[in-house]
Design a binder for this molecule. Sequence first.
Ligand code: ADP
Length: 443
Amino acid sequence: MGFWWRPLITLFVIALIALMLWAGGGQFLAFKFAVVALLVYLVRQLWQENRLVRWLEQGGDKPAPSDIGVWGDIFYRLEKLQKRRSQSQSELVTALCRFQHAAEAVPDGIVILNGQDRIEWCNPASRRLLGLGAERDRGQYIHYLIRQSDFVDFLNARDYSRQLNINSPANRDIKLMVQLVPFGAEQKLLMVRDVTELERVDAMRRDFVANVSHELRTPLTVVGGFVETLNDMDKPADADLKHYFGIMINHTRRMQRLLDDLLTLSRLESSPNTVAEEQVHMPELMRELAREAESLSRGRHAIRLAIDSQDWLSGSLQELQSAFSNLVSNAVRYTPDGGEITLRWFGQNGHPVFAVTDTGEGIASEHIPRLTERFYRVDRSRSRETGGTGLGLAIVKHILTRHKARLDIQSTPGKGSTFSAIFPPERLIPAQTEQKPRLSLVK
Ligand code: ADP
């Protein structure tokens, strides 16, 4: 039965009895009955409303008052609603507790930051790794507590794809990797991982490679020297012997190049993150690189030089020269005779760019993302034939990363490739502002 019918039936019954009294006994009696009945009805409504208000004031936790009729129905429905609400509330509390317990058990540090980078919550691991106090530091700006400039720059950059390695502010022997993950409207999760052990193993690997390379270099130089001396001796040697000497010389030279590249990589990996901020005279360096290309090519290619900008570059001259030389040497080695190689220095949307374009064999697109991996070669035998070590582009990538620059590779198989080193605008030194003393090129 609908809600409205029940009060209407009550009123209808009162009206009916009143009418019957009117017909049987008189008007006054009917009127008296109607007034009394309506008053009783009204008082009952007020009493029920009062019960409802009292029940609600008690939080609705106790069982709802019971009754018959409309009020019984109202109480029943409200109680059902209330039960459903408290059930979902308790489910929510359980889920929240479970999440909090899980977050507290995670060995990585988790800090929730609001839009202004103030701490909202942190787990016990973050207290250990970052020295935060859950209650003490709630509401504090995170950069007041982790004051390292690298971290502050990282926080302000809002580049959520990046990770940063820092020393723990709580214990400098602990190395941390931090990452920011945005969530909600403008909140962020600061994830902190202890990478001390990983870094130790990585340092051991670096040291091992550097030591082995260093130890091998001296005996190899001695062996290579003797082989070359024997080969150069005036005594007429057997043709076969000459042939074998030639092979030995080639292989010792290749091993020497490999050791040199391995040592260069180790040096780059173990040097501090900051590079020497020298003023590099790029137009002069370009001319030097073109001379280098000419000497490597020995007239087999047309070498072109396009210096579209007179600007200088800020960075380590020795490292930049090594990276650019690698790109030039690759262009010469992977371009068949008669091809063209262009070295270009120019500006692109405020970014200084060094580019080497060749008309060589090109590279299929599936190889491009892997070219900067150590020892990755598209054609192993071609790399060997041309004296490659498979480490050139790994060195280039490392040097560019140290300069906050990136390597862009565009290539079409059969047509050629362009390798571009794109530097951030802040590395550009406009031509008229460069200062003395000018740096001379490293030979
Ligand atoms: P490698 O010493 O073998 O040349 P690199 O690290 O310098 O090692 O280069 C990795 C690979 O990238 C090379 O083996 C070659 O296959 C490819 N490569 C590099 N530069 C070029 C280029 N200019 N044209 C075509 N392929 C190239």
